[in-house]
Design a binder for this molecule. Structure first.
Ligand code: UTP
Length: 409
């Protein structure tokens, strides 16, 4: 798009300031800035008119029935068989969400490149590959693994995997795709410039994976190969079982459209989203949405009504997702500290939140399915998220759990 058309487009949305420093830029930077502006999804700005603190829709929340670890102990063999059949017939692919910025960990590379080893190198990506390799060995089949990166970390991630020889995975079965970006705005809705020649933007949240997978052409490829189920998981849980035959089998046998690996919460107020039914449909209620009364509510068997926290390891049916893709994902607006160029052309790194980022969240996809099977995994065997450097859900706790599970670190 040329300068004049860009100006017109920006005027339509009241964002003309993005060209304020255009005349100071060299021709390459100018071209680049126009291309960035052309890619902006201005429809996101509409979400600013909604109340930023309550983007979640209200509704009646009720408990949902889960397959518990006791049920799994009883029916495990049957689930395992159904899952192995699906895997052997090529119906399952895995999708690793690695487009996040991992700000809480404070590591300046993609989170998966973090070395969690102590006596030897053991990278987070390596842990995940080791885990999926267990299933490859069980089935004798490679499982297609799609890795979502962002514009910010794609090169580092792709090069890292190549340098490490894909940690022994068959590289033909690993595909990378880049998620879309969303612009950042100040509190009055003006899109920020990160530098005079760069629009401030960030990855559009972990809910962006499906539309980005579709756009990359990878979903069509997988479906042509006969893939019907996608096991989508986060980068940070180093203990999670990926393409777990029992989980896959349990979801298929249940007839549900999706499944979610869950763990029993450590206490009623743990800061984790819990599975529930919202207006009769599967959903995830955030810890801050639970009233005190609901947090401690118990069922007839004495168990907490909202006992099961999500681990960000889901199974989705591709047919159902096609339908979801045609509806718009809810946009969450999050206050953040966003580096920007001020009215005097100086680059500022704020020390308190100065604007909003837009994100879509994978948890909203659960509510777009008519059914979802919460599947309980034993917490200290399958849940070791690396969110922080120290403290809760940290490098320290993940190391302890890896050791407890016999992984040499
Ligand atoms: P988190 O919600 O923990 O976000 O991501 P994050 O960006 O990794 O970390 P913080 O909050 O800045 O510390 C959960 C999962 O979703 C992925 C992450 O890579 C992680 O696997 N994710 C998140 C994306 O793939 N894209 C995004 O835009 C955001």
């Amino acid at each position: 798009m040329n300068y004049e058309n860009t100006q017109k487009l920006l005027a339509e949305y009241g964002q003309e300031h993005l060209l304020e420093y255009y005349n100071e830029l060299d021709s390459h930077e100018q071209e680049n800035l126009l291309a960035q502006i052309e890619k902006i999804d201005f429809s996101l700005l509409e979400s600013l008119n909604k109340d930023v603190n309550s983007t979640a829709e209200s509704g009646t929340i009720e408990p949902i029935k889960a397959v518990t670890s006791a049920d799994i102990a009883e029916h495990g063999e049957e689930y395992f068989k159904a899952g192995i059949d699906a895997l052997k017939s090529g119906k399952v692919a895995a999708v690793l969400l690695a487009g996040g910025q991992g700000t809480r960990l404070g590591f300046d590379k993609p989170k998966g490149m973090f070395n969690i080893g102590v006596t030897h190198e053991l990278y987070i990506f390596e842990c995940l590959i080791n885990n999926i390799m267990d299933v490859v060995k069980q089935t004798g089949e490679w499982i297609p693994l799609c890795i979502m990166t962002s514009e910010k970390n794609n090169n580092d991630t792709v090069n890292f995997f190549a340098d490490k020889n894909y940690f022994g995975y068959n590289s033909k079965y690993i595909r990378f795709f880049v998620q879309d970006m969303a612009p950042s705005v100040d509190f009055s809705g003006k899109i920020l410039l990160e530098t005079k020649s760069r629009v401030s933007s960030s990855p559009n949240g972990n809910g962006g994976w499906f539309s980005s997978l579709v756009r990359s052409g990878l979903l069509a490829e997988l479906e042509n190969q006969g893939v019907e189920w996608l096991n989508v998981f986060a980068v940070d849980n180093v203990l999670q079982r990926i393409a777990d035959p029992m989980f896959i089998g349990a979801v298929i046998e249940s007839g549900c459209q999706s499944g979610s690996k869950v763990v029993a919460k450590t206490n009623p107020y743990e800061r984790v989203g819990a599975m529930c039914l919202k207006n009769g449909k599967p959903s995830i209620v955030e810890y801050y949405e639970l009233t005190d009364e609901m947090a401690v509510q118990r069922m007839d068997d004495g168990e907490l009504a909202y006992k099961f926290g999500v681990t960000l390891n889901y199974l989705f049916n591709t047919k159902q997702l096609d339908l979801i893709n045609r509806t718009k994902m809810p946009v969450h607006i999050v206050e953040k500290k966003i580096p920007y160029v001020d009215e005097n052309g100086r680059e500022i790194t704020p020390d308190k939140p100065n604007g909003y980022k837009f994100e879509t969240l994978i948890l909203d996809m659960i509510n777009m399915n008519d059914s979802c099977l919460p599947y309980e995994v034993v917490r200290n065997r399958e849940f070791a998220p690396v969110k922080n450097a120290t403290g809760v859900d940290s490098v320290d706790t993940a190391r302890e759990l890896l050791e407890e599970n016999g992984v040499q670190i």
